[in-house]
Each structure stands twice: as structure tokens, then as C-alpha cells.
Write a protein that binds this ligand. Structure first.
Ligand code: C5P
Length: 233
């Protein structure tokens, strides 16, 4: 039996990232956070000062800069900038910075470009295929539908908007819950124009975490993946 692929989609604040990460750790799987790649790309675009709405310019950054995402442990995200103008090649750790409000507010502008999405999707598929791990959980917005529609496990994690905003506010001290709810609704609306991550596609298991605590959410996801593992064995 090869590596088991578990695809998880969901909106911001559904618990998707933390639940997927913890479930993967408990299963001994790797975890690929595709949002981190979009964030790293947005970070790079902001850093170079290119127009984020310019698809060709954003795509160009995918050619020039290398994006490193580790599937295990700290889930470090780094951007490698090539040697330029006498300066040596440099690797910048952006793990913390890509979570910043300044990136979250701009990332939809790079993720809306179909050509950029295709390039990143190809990168995700390669990373997963070369993982060498017993399994990989891959999470994002369009994993169950576009990136890995044939994955043996496909889950859509959701929660009511107010619940999601509350969770996000708890992670982002300094911003008011009202501000967080507004930002979240605005970002969902922009992202939903590109991919539908609020309704499960046929064959996708819906897990609503509105009434579940963290442990219960993790258990729901690991149970589904273990079921598929047993089926595959
Ligand atoms: O999951 P996270 O909130 O970190 O994702 C950040 C952004 O990356 C989203 O708001 C969306 O614009 C983009 N994204 C995407 N497709 C994915 C994952 C993330 O468009 N599969």
C-alpha cells in the first residue's frame, strides 16, 4: 500500500489548519498547508513591490524564487531568493510573517489568478508524490475538488461564521472580534469567487465543527482517515 492522501478543505477559522496538523501528527502523516504557499507568494510579491493583480508578474515570482515548505515538525516556510546583482542567494524564514494581517489582507489578490493556481497545484502534487511518508494530509480551499479529487479521504471542515470569527479572534489578540469577523467575511467572499469551499462536492464528507471542541474535531478527522487506512490495508 502506498502513501495515503487525505484532502481537507474549509474556510478560515473552521479549525482546518490546527485540526489537520494535529490529526496528521497523531497518524504519523505529513501535513501540507497549501494556504502557506499562497501566503509566501503574497509575501514575496509585497516584498518586491510588484502589482499583485498582475498575473504574469506574480507568476514570474514563482519562476525566480524557490518556496520551501516542510511537511513535518515545525512546518517551516522559507523563501529562497536567487543570487542577484553581486548579492549571494538568500533563504528567508517567513513562517511567522506570513500569518501577519498585512499578508492575510492581500493574499486573495495573488490566489485569484488561474495560472498561478495551476502552477502551485502542480507544486503541491509533486511535494505529495515525493514525500516518502506513510500518508499526507493536504489542506486548503480546493484540494478535495481540484488538487486531489481522487484522494481516498476528502473532508470539508466548516463552522458557522460567528464561531469561526471567535476562534480567529482568540488567535489574534489585538484585533477586536468585530474586526476579525469583518475581515473573515471579506476574505471568504473574495476567495469564494474563485473556489467553492463552503459546500461539499459530491463524495466529500462534511464535518461541521461549530458544536465540537478542538479534541472532538481532531477525533472526527482521525477517525475518518483511520477508516480509509483500514479499508486500504
Ligand atoms: O488557509 P489560509 O487562510 O492560510 O489561506 C490563505 C489564503 O490562500 C486564502 O485566503 C486563499 O486566498 C488562498 N488559498 C487558496 N487555495 C488554497 C489555499 C489557500 O486560494 N488551496
Amino acid at each position: 500500500t502506498g502513501s495515503l492522501l487525505a484532502a481537507i478543505d474549509g474556510p478560515a477559522g473552521s479549525g482546518k489548519s490546527s485540526v489537520a496538523r494535529t490529526a496528521a501528527e497523531r497518524l504519523g502523516f505529513g501535513i501540507l498547508d497549501t494556504g502557506a504557499a499562497y501566503r509566501a507568494l503574497a509575501w514575496a510579491a509585497l516584498r518586491t513591490g510588484i502589482d499583485l493583480d498582475d498575473a504574469a508578474a506574480v507568476e514570474n515570482l514563482l519562476d525566480l524564487w524557490h518556496y520551501d515548505i516542510t511537511l513535518q515538525g515545525t512546518q517551516r516556510v522559507a523563501v529562497r531568493v536567487p543570487a542577484f546583482d553581486g548579492l549571494p542567494s538568500d533563504e528567508i524564514d517567513v513562517t511567522a510573517e506570513i500569518r501577519d494581517h498585512s499578508v492575510s489582507g492581500q493574499v486573495s489578490r495573488v490566489s485569484k489568478h488561474p495560472a498561478v493556481r495551476e502552477r502551485l497545484n502542480a507544486m503541491f502534487r509533486t511535494i505529495v508524490a515525493e514525500s516518502g511518508l506513510p500518508g499526507v494530509v493536504i489542506e486548503g480551499r480546493d484540494i478535495t475538488t481540484v488538487v486531489a479529487p481522487d484522494a481516498p479521504v476528502r473532508i470539508l471542515l466548516t463552522a458557522r461564521p460567528e464561531v469561526r470569527a471567535q476562534r480567529r479572534a482568540a488567535e489574534l489578540p489585538g484585533l477586536s472580534p468585530e474586526q476579525v469577523l469583518q475581515d473573515l467575511i471579506a476574505r471568504d467572499a473574495k476567495d469564494a469567487l474563485v473556489v467553492d469551499f463552503l459546500n461539499p462536492a459530491p463524495g466529500v464528507t462534511l464535518v461541521d465543527t461549530s458544536e465540537l471542541d478542538f479534541e472532538q474535531s481532531v477525533a472526527a478527522v482521525t477517525d475518518i482517515i483511520r477508516g480509509a487506512q483500514a479499508h486500504q490495508a
